[in-house]
Design a protein around this ligand. Structure first.
Ligand code: 13P
Length: 287
């Protein structure tokens, strides 16, 4: 059974660790993440971007796959199925499809519009027993070959959004999606501390988990981060393992071309990355 992320994040906050959100792209990704969470007895959040939802043939397909897999593979740890960076319309679609959690990313709207839309979603989500993540201060990343630096959120705007009754808040603290450029300034712990001070017990979300040094991750958790999103790192490890298999000519040996064989090293690589992150975030044994 899917659960909202509310309780797992409150527990993480109280226990000073973070729950990983790992984005899924297909069956192999989903299975690797769920099995690792079960093996390590860790709560987990499966992230689905709007693009990945489309790729996987729609949100209902995703819900069917995840629920079916949890039952057949006997996954008993808490699992939330979460829309990542949703538009308002995307959020409504995921409520209808049976997700257990959504993120509304209104960070590109003027703050009053972000507040108004987030407020409406707080109501809808509560009616369905789901959890809601909101965002203030945009998170940078590569777009058309240009790497945008992450913004730092305004702590007062964060308080306005937090007070609406969201379950978790993503505040930009200089983090970006994808690998960090060589001239990256690092996370702004000053902003993080100021945001947490204004928002009290609100579980904070750190996007762009790929490539943040371990000491910064630990400090972010100390300062109130309870959810960390990882996407690119699983993609990189999957791609490297798959490339190695092909370069070694293994697809040409026997039935090495069988997708169940060809995708196996990538699957194992995702498992290893997820394990490493769960250990770093401190969520192992917390299910
Ligand atoms: P990375 O791809 O940098 O790990 O970021 C993931 C993320 O924040 C998804 O919302």
């Amino acid at each position: 059974m899917l659960v909202s992320a509310k309780e797992m994040l409150q527990k993480a906050k109280a226990g000073h660790y973070a729950v990983g959100q790992f984005n899924i792209n297909n069956l192999e990704w989903t299975k690797a993440i769920l099995l690792t969470a079960q093996e390590l007895s860790s709560p987990v959040i499966l992230g689905v971007s709007e693009g990945a939802g489309k790729y996987m043939a729609g949100y209902k397909t995703v819900v069917g796959m995840v629920k079916g897999m949890m039952e057949e593979q006997k996954i008993t740890v808490p699992v939330a199925l979460h829309l990542d960076h949703g538009s308002y319309e995307g959020c409504l679609k995921c409520v209808e499809a049976g997700f257990s959690s959504i993120m509304f990313d209104g960070s590109h709207y003027p703050i009053d519009e972000n507040v108004a839309k987030t407020k409406e979603l707080v109501k809808i989500v509560a009616e369905h027993g789901m959890s809601l993540e909101a965002e203030v201060g945009s998170i940078g990343g590569e777009e058309d070959g240009v790497i945008g630096m992450g913004e730092c959120a305004d702590p007062d705007e964060c308080k306005r959004i937090a007070d609406l009754g969201v379950d978790m808040l993503a505040a930009g603290i200089g983090n970006i999606h994808g690998p960090y450029p060589a001239n990256w300034q690092g996370l702004s712990f000053e902003t993080l501390a100021a945001v947490q001070e204004k928002t009290g017990e609100m579980p904070l979300v750190l996007h762009g988990g790929t490539g943040i040094p371990e000491d910064m991750i630990k400090k972010a958790i100390d300062l109130g981060v309870s959810k960390i999103n990882v996407n690119t790192e699983c993609q990189l490890s999957f791609a490297a393992a798959t490339r190695k298999y092909i370069e070694e000519g293994k697809d040409k040996i026997g039935k090495g071309y069988d997708p169940r064989k060809l995708l196996a090293p990538g699957f194992e690589a995702i498992k290893a990355t997820v394990k490493e992150k769960m250990e770093l975030f401190g969520s192992v044994g917390k299910a």
